[in-house]
Design a protein around this ligand. Sequence first.
Ligand SMILES: Cc1cc2nc3c(=O)[nH]c(=O)nc-3n(C[C@H](O)[C@H](O)[C@H](O)COP(=O)(O)OP(=O)(O)OC[C@H]3O[C@@H](n4cnc5c(N)ncnc54)[C@H](O)[C@@H]3O)c2cc1C
Length: 381
Amino acid sequence: MSDRSFLDWPFFDDHHRHLAEELDGWCAKNLPVDHSDVDQACKDLVAKLGAAGFLTYSAIDPDNPQPLDVRSLCLIRETLARHDGLADFAFAMQGLGTGAISFFGTPEQQQWLHKTRSGQALSAFALSEPRSGSDVANMDMQAVLDGDHYLLNGEKTWISNGGIADLYCVFARTGEAPGARGLSAFLVPAETPGLTVKERLEVIAPHPLATLSFKDVKIPATALIGQSGQGFKLSMAVLDVFRSTVGAAALGFARRALDETVNRVQNRELFGAPLFDLQMVQGHVAEMALDVDAAALLVYRAAWTKDNGADRVTREAAMAKLYATDRAQVVIDKAVQLHGGDGVRSGSVVEGLYREIRALRIYEGASDVQKVVIARQTLNG
Ligand SMILES: Cc1cc2nc3c(=O)[nH]c(=O)nc-3n(C[C@H](O)[C@H](O)[C@H](O)COP(=O)(O)OP(=O)(O)OC[C@H]3O[C@@H](n4cnc5c(N)ncnc54)[C@H](O)[C@@H]3O)c2cc1C
């Protein structure tokens, strides 16, 4: 049983505690799922999470718009990640893919949210390109306004849910100004002619990922999300909310690694006594527990700050993501070590966590980029 004492921290209200308990019970019954067909697994997970009501936290309700509850988003991601990385991924993409629509969409665009919140449609966030991952301002993809429509041409890569999403939030250059000031965001339904999957991408922890090609993709001018030329700001506002939740997912992986380790060192006999009797092992476990609690404090501090009305939480979210993902890598590595050969056996829980955690230190701003963000925020006060 995982440590639940953090739920008593003052960051949370009773409804957060109830949500965490309810979801934990749901996870125990429904997770992990079979990962042999990740596309089908993700579609099924979204449908199930939608039917159970958990996706209502992923986007605003168009009929009763309220700010997203970032603490709930983090609690859900932490809990799902502790049970099954693919379930966390499926949930996370419903929020990231629709974040721009939740925060800046027109009432007409927000009608999509009824479908994504109920699990009837999958969404994706298409920002990265072959030449512009960390360097978003270097984006090549063009959106040219021609009367009442835009024509999109270019390529997006590393797109989670690429090929299975029903709608894409796509960023492209509209050219109002050079660099970051000439980008805009668009809502593009998957069936729009000219939008195709160029390549599927295989990674160490399999997820639906693709490179997408856009050839004369014609979308109405009303597909523009927010203001023309404000796409970079808009993408950063979305990441400001969802970055803390990446930290929360890492926290879930780390907590699971700690749980597995506690169980292992208590039950594995070495030199005539439980492994836990060795003081060096106790030292590892202590460091793992410390990292988990410190990551949780940073993640839920960022979420609480946003929920309590902060306009931006750039510094807090960067710290939460950087610390929680980097330290989860260390926690999981220790878990693998303390499991001995079983730690690297294909299919073991800690082996899966070891593969799952790595990408979180790269996407939504690599660890190095978070350091740049924190340094700038610190220097500028
Ligand atoms: C599993 C996975 C899922 C993804 N899902 C999505 C998605 O759904 N949508 C989407 O748009 N993108 C997605 N991405 C793309 C992701 O956001 C990029 O991979 C990431 O931004 C890094 O870009 P890059 O791969 O081009 O690496 P690069 O930009 O080439 O960077 C390589 C490395 O250089 C270092 N670096 C970069 N900038 C700096 C700096 N300023 N200072 C110091 N060091 C630096 C970092 O170590 C970085 O990892 C996903 C990626 C992965 C791996």
